[in-house]
Write a protein that binds this ligand. Structure first.
Ligand SMILES: CC(C)(COP(=O)(O)OP(=O)(O)OC[C@H]1O[C@@H](n2cnc3c(N)ncnc32)[C@H](O)[C@@H]1OP(=O)(O)O)[C@@H](O)C(=O)NCCC(=O)NCCS
Length: 287
């Protein structure tokens, strides 16, 4: 049974007393995250697989291409750090970060489907990925989102947030010195994006179809809880953290402990937001 709305659904089935029927508990499994800044992106494109390169080659807008490359590199480095693989270009090319029809990412290593979920996000030159534990079988879905704390208008709050979320942003969160209006509005937005990635719909869905409740007091490790309630059904647990100008949210289908950061990650709290694409918005042919 769920102990609190932050724990998510626990799905257990089986015949009591037999001792032989498999019982499926969605125990919290260890999740990991990693972050990278575009300053550290490798030279050249040898670290992409042929399939990834083919997708990249048709991108004509620098912003889209840069973000795609940064998310690929961060996804691959996350897998390499989690599994203990090399990070030279040839080794990274064997780790593929591909997309399903929905847009949701998945990983293949040397052509074999990896057994855990991955989620990716980037914002202003920084990208993050969260990855499931190295378990076999069904991998509970994950969602991650990265935002910069930036001004959010009243129109934004009214159009994209539920009435309860609007009340929280305009009231307690605005008065809370740990948050304030803009951080709170960005936080609710980010938590929604992470939740809608878990549901595999992204912004195809109405952002008001999930309602976010937030604990604003972080734990000692910087993580604080949130919950994403669907209109009908599950309450998905989540964690958020504020690192410098960035807000990071992680959400999951089932019980979720805060993810642990993997070695070699960029310190997001010190990362500078950049918009390098503006100097050359169109990809130069042959690049
Ligand atoms: C998911 C979505 C909300 C993320 O948008 P964003 O905030 O601009 O970008 P982020 O950097 O946070 O996340 C991008 C990543 O989300 C992931 N993603 C995309 N669609 C997803 C989905 N349906 N479910 C889960 N994850 C998804 C992908 O990994 C993507 O990176 P990749 O394409 O390099 O693999 C947005 O892409 C979306 O709504 N997609 C579905 C609708 C769609 O396809 N629209 C067409 C473009 S207008």
């Amino acid at each position: 049974m769920s102990a609190s709305p932050y724990d998510g659904d626990v799905d257990a089935s089986g015949a009591a007393g037999t001792g032989t029927v498999p019982v499926r508990h969605h125990e919290p499994t260890q999740r990991h995250w990693w972050a990278g800044h575009e300053d550290a992106l490798p030279e050249g494109l040898e670290w992409l697989s042929a399939r990834e390169r083919a997708r990249c080659d048709v991108m004509r807008f620098t912003k889209r291409r840069n973000e795609y490359l940064l998310r690929r590199w961060v996804g691959k480095r996350t897998v390499a750090a989690r599994v203990g693989l090399d990070t030279d270009p040839a080794a990274l090319a064997r780790i593929e970060v591909l997309n399903r029809m929905t847009g949701a990412p998945y990983v293949e290593i040397a052509g074999a489907l990896a057994p855990w979920d991955i989620s990716l996000s980037d914002r202003a030159g920084c990208a993050v990925a969260v990855i499931g534990g190295a378990t076999t079988g069904e991998a509970p879905a994950l969602g991650i989102d990265l935002e910069v704390v930036e001004p959010r208008s009243e129109g934004f709050v009214t159009d994209f947030l539920t009435p309860a979320e609007q009340d929280w942003v305009r009231g307690p969160a605005t008065e809370d010195p740990r948050l304030g209006h803009d951080a709170a509005a960005n936080l609710v937005w980010s938590a929604k994006e992470a939740a809608l990635k878990v549901l595999r719909v992204g912004l195809r869905a109405d952002t008001r179809s999930v309602e976010i409740t937030v604990e604003s007091e972080p734990r000692g490790d910087g993580w604080a809880r949130f919950a994403a309630a669907q209109q009908i059904g599950q309450v998905m647990p989540g964690w958020w953290r504020r690192d410098g100008v960035y807000l990071l949210t992680v959400c999951a289908q089932g019980p979720l402990d805060p993810p642990s950061v993997l070695p070699g990650a960029t310190d997001v709290a010190r990362a500078t937001p950049v918009h390098s694409w503006v100097v050359s918005p169109l990809v130069t042919p042959g690049e």
